[in-house]
Ligand binder design. Structure first.
Ligand code: KG4
Ligand code: ZN
Length: 361
């Protein structure tokens, strides 16, 4: 292999990732997730995530080095996510990276997590074709980027003004008593449902919303609309007694069952509303900017309906669709290492040790 040997560290949310690349080649990608510890809270708890990173980092580092069959002495540079993300979680990865850089004398690069998601594509297909629009959707972010050059020219076109799309999946799953994480469970429930059964609102996609926020997203209104729909259906079933929306998960599941809620139809209709808004805005950006490529990233990209609709609509619009393999789409250290390798190859100076977490980067 050729190119710089780079160690990448990711800790912005609930995944502790250590990845190693040589240039554009993936050598190791170790990921430990604290997802199970957050399940009973229905979402990622920052303090719990930070503690889990402290515990998981050492073993993840050892495993990645063993997998790549190298030692720290072989490494040319270290890259670490400095934001956006949860401040306490970021701090663990940053502190670990600084310690490693100090101890080994290797240069350290602080990188942007979202741009890192784009770097994943280089490991998947060996290169990044530009310009491209990138749609990054997870439990922590929903962002649309214009990438003309991975190292020198990345523009944030828009992002969610409230909930992330994955967060909406998680909240609606909770509402329907489906459990956590919500995405896969909603997808499963939706398989038996009719996506046209209920017309849920598409946030910021009205003519007015599109003009004011052409590439921003909003999912809290959709979540509220689902809650209202469920509450009304339950009230109707109970003869006017309002349901237990927003209450305990077990209560909600029981209430949903009692009320004979069409859970499959709700899940399918909700899922299609999210997918519709995501793909419509991404392709709108491609059309407006004359960019014939769309790259997807983030954990929500696992969604089968999203992939299906993206493939259909991109083909119709003449836009080339790229989806890296799922292990590179979800948060991981290899994508951070990949971006770090590009910075080294471009001759960028290292960041040094004088930086901290920037949760809103
Ligand atoms: O990238 P990821 O693993 O990192 C975090 O945000 O921590 O994404 C997790 C998110 C969760 O919100 C989860 O519900 C969602 O991705 N997700 C899905 C699917 N699989 C995971 N959403 C929709 N459909 C799926 N199949
Ligand atoms: Zn991410």
């Amino acid at each position: 292999g050729r190119g710089p040997l780079v160690l990448g560290i990711e800790s912005s949310c609930d995944e502790t990732g250590v990845g190693i690349v040589r240039g554009t080649t993936l050598l190791a990608n170790t990921v430990a997730s604290s997802m199970d510890e957050h399940a009973r809270f229905g979402g990622v708890v920052p303090e719990v995530a930070a503690r889990a990173h402290v515990q998981a980092f050492g073993p993840a580092l050892h495993q990645a080095l063993a997998e790549a069959d190298i030692t720290m002495a072989d490494v040319d540079a270290i890259a670490v996510t400095s934001g956006p993300g949860l401040a306490g979680a970021l701090m663990v990865g940053i502190s670990a990276a600084k310690g490693l850089a100090l101890g080994s004398g290797k240069p350290l690069y602080a990188v942007n997590h979202l741009v890192g998601h784009v770097g994943a594509e280089i490991l998947d297909s060996g290169r990044l074709q530009t310009p491209t629009v990138a749609l990054l959707v997870s439990g922590g972010h929903t962002s649309l980027l214009l990438v003309r050059d991975l190292v020198d020219d990345v523009v944030l076109l828009g992002e969610t003004i409230d909930d992330a799309a994955g967060e909406a999946f998680d909240k609606v799953a909770r509402l329907l008593g489906l459990g956590y994480p919500g995405g896969p469970r909603i997808q499963r429930a939706a398989e038996d449902g009719d996506p046209t059964a209920i017309r849920f609102p598409r946030g910021l996609s009205s003519a007015k919303g599109m003009r004011a926020h052409p590439y921003d997203f909003s999912f809290s209104g959709l979540k509220t609309a689902v809650a209202r729909w469920v509450s009304q259906a339950e009230a109707a079933a109970a003869g006017g007694v309002p349901g237990s929306v927003g209450g305990d998960v077990a209560d909600t599941a029981a209430a949903a069952e009692r009320a004979g809620l069409p859970v499959a139809d709700i899940a399918a209709s909700f899922q299609d509303a999210v997918v519709d808004v995501l793909i419509t805005k991404a392709l709108r950006a491609c059309a407006d900017l004359g960019v014939p490529r769309l790259l997807l990233g983030g954990g929500v990209i696992a969604n089968a309906r999203l992939r299906e609709v993206a493939a259909e609509r991109c083909a119709r619009a003449g836009v080339t669709l790229r989806i890296p393999k799922l292990s590179l789409c979800t948060d991981n250290g290899a994508m951070i290492a990949s971006l770090g390798a590009q910075l080294v190859l471009a001759g960028k100076p290292p960041t040094g040790l004088d930086f901290g977490p920037d949760s809103s980067l």
